[in-house]
Write a protein that binds this ligand. Structure first.
Ligand SMILES: *Cc1c(COP(=O)(O)O)cnc(C)c1O
Length: 224
């Protein structure tokens, strides 16, 4: 890590801390030694989006790293990350939630998850809307899922230069969070997280209530 990278990191940390949010350093595709240099600066939250990659990195790197799984997660792979994952950001189906609960129980853990929402204009097969989220939260079996805890929401804005559009999508996610909190989590103090903001748009996300920004390229350089 050179001094310029270190200055960038310290700058971003100051912005993130100023609003009480946290930084997830998205280390996907990046080698272990680059993760270790951020670890040496005190960074503990890292984000990955491939199961095999995070399993390998978790085995090789210090135990007090909090691994965030930020990508689409297939049900048949939950078992590989269940022993150690800190937060799963992209839950968008009841069946996935049930599987996470099952694998968490096998590991005698409670795993925290976020519900992923589709807020961008681009088509995507992933992510809920408010109606589907309500249906998921109203599933009769939900109270039996004692090993999974829904702690907030996650979303990705449209990839565009138009700040007004990005800002309005982040406001939409914040609104969804507030609606769900009022309808389903009034007595649940752990429903607190809004995971939004990437390298290109995180200042807008922090202004609109993000609690977790997920930053890759601004920290590690571009991915090829
Ligand atoms: C890759 C990725 C990021 C980080 O993207 P950058 O633009 O490099 O900051 C954030 N969130 C998700 C879900 C990702 O897949």
């Amino acid at each position: 890590m050179d001094s310029e990278q270190r200055t960038v990191y310290e700058h971003i940390m100051a912005e993130v801390k100023a609003v009480g949010a946290r930084l997830v350093a998205v280390s996907k595709t990046k080698p272990q030694q680059e993760i270790a240099s951020y670890y040496a600066l005190g960074q503990r939250d890292f984000g990955e989006n491939r199961v095999q990659e995070v399993v390998d990195k978790a085995a090789a790197l210090p135990d007090d790293i909090r691994w965030h799984f930020i990508g689409h997660l297939q049900r048949n792979k939950v078992k590989y990350i269940a022993p150690f994952v800190h937060l799963i950001h992209a839950v968008d189906s009841w069946r996935l939630l049930v599987e996470i609960n099952k694998q968490a129980a096998n590991n005698e853990r409670i795993i925290d998850v976020l519900l992923q929402f589709h807020i961008a204009e681009e088509d995507s097969k992933y992510g809920l809307d408010l109606d589907r989220a309500r249906a998921l939260l109203a599933e009769p079996g939900r109270a039996d899922l004692r090993h999974v805890r829904i702690v907030g929401v996650m979303g990705m804005a449209t990839y565009t230069d138009v700040d007004e559009q990005i800002a309005s999508e982040f406001e939409q996610l914040k609104h969804i969070f507030e609606v769900l909190q009022a309808e389903y989590f009034v007595d649940d103090a752990s429903f607190t997280e809004i995971s939004m903001g990437m390298s290109g748009d995180y200042p807008l996300a922090l202004e609109r209530g993000s609690t977790l920004v997920r930053l890759g390229s601004v920290l590690f350089g571009s991915r090829h």
